[in-house]
Ligand binder design. Sequence first.
Ligand SMILES: C[S@@+](CC[C@H](N)C(=O)[O-])C[C@H]1O[C@@H](n2cnc3c(N)ncnc32)[C@H](O)[C@@H]1O
Length: 242
Amino acid sequence: MEASQEISSLPSPQVSQLFDQWASTDRAQKMALGHQPLMEALLAEIAEPSSGAVLLDMGCGTGAFLAQAKASGFEHTCGIDAAPKMIEVAQHNAPGADVKVGNFTDLPWPTSSFDNVTTMEALYYCLEPLAALQEVRRVLKPGGRFDLIIDYYQDSTGTASWPEGLGFEITDLSAIQWVELLAEADFERISNKRILRPENKGVPDNWKPSVWFPTQNSYLAYLKDGALWLTGYLPPSTSGTS
Ligand SMILES: C[S@@+](CC[C@H](N)C(=O)[O-])C[C@H]1O[C@@H](n2cnc3c(N)ncnc32)[C@H](O)[C@@H]1O
């Protein structure tokens, strides 16, 4: 990142308006249900945390993942989202979680707060992904783990029309470019893999074209490519780092 680059402390109004709308309808609930297989796969890897473990979910949406993380043993759960109405839904779904309206590039928690930071289907909405990753690094404890899951990435041909469907720019990086960005933000032991939705075996009978999947081929490509799942860690000791 160039030193002169300005980091916005407020999320893009287009993003917060879109997800405020979704939070006001059953669209948000449908979204969370669609992400459920990904949430389960992630929890299967990070569950059974150590006593007192604290987790932050970035772009927490309805709070579905926060509720499940709490049930899986995380003692404290926190969430951030650009959409105030999503935060209201999350407060209802994940009572006791510390959820705040805000931007990924300006996380309102102190340095070294979290054992785990997760973000599902959210980081590509941020046009300053390196700044967001640097914030993740700041708020993770030494040895902490970061998991990033996204359906929209350059190698996924099925989701290529999503910026057109959304009507605004989103971050368009390949798997390799995301890995490089995590490395630039000083994460270690970076890995990436694909995750398929196990229940999705093909095009359902009631399938209809949409802005997200204009053709059956695009939907099939989305199922075939799967979501991109990146993991990175902080070194056990961060002495001397920014
Ligand atoms: C597609 S939803 C995913 C919600 C949830 N993670 C899930 O899987 O159901 C993306 C969420 O990220 C939030 N978001 C996007 N960009 C953001 C940013 N820069 N700062 C904070 N939240 C953001 C949106 O408001 C939205 O609720």
